[in-house]
Design a protein around this ligand. Sequence first.
Ligand code: HPA
Length: 271
Amino acid sequence: MYEKVEQSAEFLRQAFDGRAPEVALVLGSGLGPLADELENQIAVPFGEIPHFCCSTAPDHAGRLVLGQLSGKTVLCMQGRLHGYEGYTPQEVAYPILVLKALGAKAVILTNAAGGINTEFCAGDFMVFDDHINMTGKSPLTGANDERVGARFPDMCHVYPKALRDLADVAAQQCNVRLHHGVYVGVNGPQYETTAEIRMFRALGGDAVGMSTVFESIAASYCGLPVLGVSMITNMAAGITGNALSDEEVKQMANERGQTFRALMRKVIAVL
Ligand code: HPA
């Protein structure tokens, strides 16, 4: 594994002319256009990078973009892989190991999520205080390479409080309401049943989505601190009585995308 990651990283070091990212950002729904704002940018399609898989999800461009944003050198993953596309948890999480090898000091993982906490509203934002992995799978399954991370890594400090506090400062500065909560990661692609959402609420979940947990686990494993931020694109199944649809999720992601991007620019500025 270590050799594979190093080969991917070495290819990217050359592609990026030796510029190293200070922070990495995985762009979820509504945030994709943020990569286009990077100054002096260099973009590399996933398909050109050794050992990377290509994304099949609609609206996911599938490229790494390095450039300047809010005064920092930022590496954006524009498009990500999901378990529901048929990728293994290892394939989904692989790019995270490469971000660490490239020198990123933290990774910001963003996504669209359904609100389980009834105090949330569609269009709100939530910082991950923690997550619950409901996929039943782990990206760390299989042989372990101690040069990348420990066999049995701790998961109590995936989302350092210092980063969550900075997100609060950024939200205050740009006047955005930012909740804190627990993200429940599911496989999808079907949305949840009403009973599943009731169960997730009883378990302590505040938002639910089909991404991010494999990336968070891999990041923590290889020593990369994570800031997780969800856009609550809809209330989760059964809460409003309305059927869930991808249309609703996409529409809200578009409507609130500009605010999400403003929040991320500010987070990177205060980081
Ligand atoms: N459930 C799962 N994933 C999601 C949702 C949801 O309600 N909204 C956006 N992504």
